[in-house]
Ligand binder design. Structure first.
Ligand SMILES: Cc1cc2nc3c(=O)[nH]c(=O)nc-3n(C[C@H](O)[C@H](O)[C@H](O)COP(=O)(O)O)c2cc1C
Length: 427
């Protein structure tokens, strides 16, 4: 599963309560371990009537805890140790009764005591009959818990074990894992300034006509939203699009490639990361006309000149800036993307197919979905077809990881250099 690196080595305390959905938790444990998480399970007594502790012991690789008053457990990992051990507590399924006990601050069972004793994020994935879920008592409890900072992974609507159809089904394990991973991703760019370009550029032919392309700007805008969610301050340098920029982005609206470049050169002076997601015109009319071109019967030849390459210019001026380019190719994706990585001295290239070759994979210009092949020096990864929002989150996590590694490397290079040149050093 891509994008799940956020869960590698994370300590997840999984609480299981007395719901028929407890059988899905077996799959949940397996998948969490698949993505590298360390899982320990605490069950309520009622939960043990649905699935045996032995199942979870075998799947998690650790003894399962369920009794609060247990001399042997207190000598090993008691309720306080369990709450200290974990990075996050996920209760899935969370029964109506457990939710009520949690709201009341009860510590009459092990899971309740662990939740009350812990200061780490608590996430609930409720599962219950639709009427139990809709009941005012449950809804009031949920509201109270949310106000206290408990995170809710709302139940899905659909057919229930009891035969009813409506909201109350626990989310599927995969969806729970995705939501959990995104919790850990948040903050991966905290305090960083990210400059993102998006959309097409317009290159004037005359005051009413221009050369442009099919870029919608959706990928760049989704990246801006994902970077903001990851804690970055974002400047979005956008060509003309029909999109509303994310709330907390600083928008700089531009039209031509030349203005986009000059704007980027100004603001990247203070940036940590530059992501060039705009589809910038490669050529522009040599001499745009001052007045509207009149139609006649003659053929018309438009003389074009190359525009200055934005990301190459920026990287040349600030070699230490972490630069991510996009490559939209109609063929030979890997070859062209790797060439771009090398020739522009980029840190990462996200490539995708466009035009007829891309039809089999949907996605691309104007579409809400896309698939990307991401390359960096010494590595690559495929981000399969998904919504541009989801893809953007995955790409931001990848960028944050590579960026952090490069920063660490620069730091250790500095230390090595200092070490090598320390005056008077004898070793
Ligand atoms: C077959 C069966 C299925 C149940 N499924 C659910 C359920 O999905 N959600 C729920 O809140 N309660 C469900 N209950 C009721 C709980 O098991 C009961 O309220 C129990 O006291 C919950 O205990 P716990 O919260 O300590 O695990 C079910 C009961 C039975 C007998």
């Amino acid at each position: 599963m891509s994008g799940m690196q956020a869960l590698t080595n994370k300590r997840i305390l999984l609480g299981i309560t007395g719901s028929i959905a407890a059988y899905k938790s077996a799959e949940l444990v397996r998948r969490l371990r698949d993505v590298g998480a360390d899982v320990r399970v605490v069950m309520t007594e009622a939960a043990t009537a649905f699935v045996t502790p032995l199942t979870f012991q075998a799947l998690s690789g650790h003894p399962v805890h369920h009794a609060l008053i247990d001399e042997t457990a207190e000598a090993g990992m008691g309720h306080i140790e369990l709450s200290r051990w974990a990075d996050v507590i996920l209760v899935a399924p969370a029964s109506a009764d457990f939710i009520a006990r949690l709201t009341g601050g009860r510590a009459s069972d092990l899971l309740g005591a662990v939740c009350l004793a812990s200061k780490i994020p608590l996430v609930l994935a409720p599962a219950m009959n639709q009427h139990m879920w809709a009941d005012a008592a449950t809804q009031d409890n949920i509201k109270t818990l949310q106000q206290r900072g408990v995170l809710l992974l709302s139940p899905d609507s659909g057919e229930q074990a009891c035969g009813d159809v409506g909201p109350g089904r626990m989310q599927e394990p995969e969806a729970l894992i995705t939501a959990l991973a995104s919790m850990f991703e948040i903050g991966c760019l905290a305090g960083k300034h990210v400059v993102i370009t998006a959309g097409p550029t317009h290159e004037a032919i005359d005051p009413v006509r221009y050369l442009s392309n099919h870029s919608s700007g959706k990928m760049g805008y989704a990246l801006a939203a994902a970077a903001i969610d990851a804690g970055a301050s974002v400047t979005l340098v956008s060509g003309p699009t029909a999109l509303t920029p994310p709330d907390r982005a600083t928008l700089m609206a531009v039209t031509s490639a030349e203005v986009m470049l000059n704007t980027c050169l100004d603001i990247t002076a203070s940036a940590d990361i530059f992501i060039g997601a705009a589809a910038v015109a490669d050529y522009r009319p040599v001499a745009p006309l001052k007045q509207k071109l009149k139609k006649d019967d003659q053929t018309l030849t438009l003389q074009l000149e190359p525009t200055r390459d934005i990301i190459k210019t920026i990287k040349a001026q600030r070699p230490e800036l972490f630069c991510v380019g996009f490559a939209a190719e109609t063929e030979k994706l890997t070859e062209h993307a790797k060439a771009k990585l090398a020739s522009k001295k980029l840190d990462m290239v996200a490539a995708n197919l466009v035009g007829p070759a891309a039809q089999a994979t949907a996605g691309t210009f104007g579409s809400d979905d896309n698939a990307l092949q991401v390359y960096w020096h010494g590595g690559e990864v495929a981000l399969p077809l998904a919504s541009k929002q989801r893809l953007a989150r995955e790409l931001i996590v990848l960028i944050a990881q590579r960026f952090e590694r490069q920063e660490n490397k620069q730091e250790s290079d500095k230390v090595v250099t200092l070490h090598q040149h320390r005056p008077g050093q004898r070793d």
